[in-house]
Design a protein around this ligand. Sequence first.
Ligand code: SAH
Length: 218
Amino acid sequence: MSVRHSGIGMTSQRTRNRLIERLRAEGIQDEVVLAAMNAVPRHIFVDEALASRAYDDVALPLGFGQTISQPYIVARMIEILRNGKQLKRVLEVGTGCGYQAAVLAQVAQEVYSVERIQPLYERAQQHMKELNAHNVTLRYADGGMGLPEVAPFDGIIMAAAATHVAPALLSQLAPGGRMVLPLGAQEQYLCLIERDEKGYRETRLEAVKFVPLLMGKA
Ligand code: SAH
């Protein structure tokens, strides 16, 4: 491992362990998710000036008005998505700089992630290369309608908030699959959608705060 990955001082393994203990205290129980969070160096995803805060449990600015998600939210969404089972093919809408995609790569066989802002997509590509995340495929596109050519997915995660669930995304969920997404405008909550042979079931979870899902490429 390079110095940049192993980190020193504020980005050391000890600092990272503290984050994992914090996530545990906040209620994350899935050991597979905790191990994945521990395996991904978050400091490489943030500006060098912010590296000392990379293992604080807070969202941080990415530029372009976007943020790298709070570790707790990443862990929570993946824990719900996994539901204690091995994930095969997962779609993430809103790659940002690729942090959550890198965590997903640890717990799923194949990860597809879509980003509408080109410089962020390029930065995420760079990060995946640096981490040797060969099972992650990134796309520069509007992901609001998912990736029909790759579907079905057994997991779909939205990293940006919509006011309603796009039917196109629902249809890309495999039977037995789960989708976790923030819903709402000013007031948002996390929503779980489960698909079975008969249809879809929606469960409303805790209040959250995400950037909005926007249309088109930028
Ligand atoms: N997954 C990121 C979070 C990025 S913030 C992480 O791990 O930190 C959400 C991202 O969703 C932003 O980068 C934003 O540009 C992107 N986004 C918003 N609407 C989108 C859309 N329709 N298609 C693809 N990406 C979108």
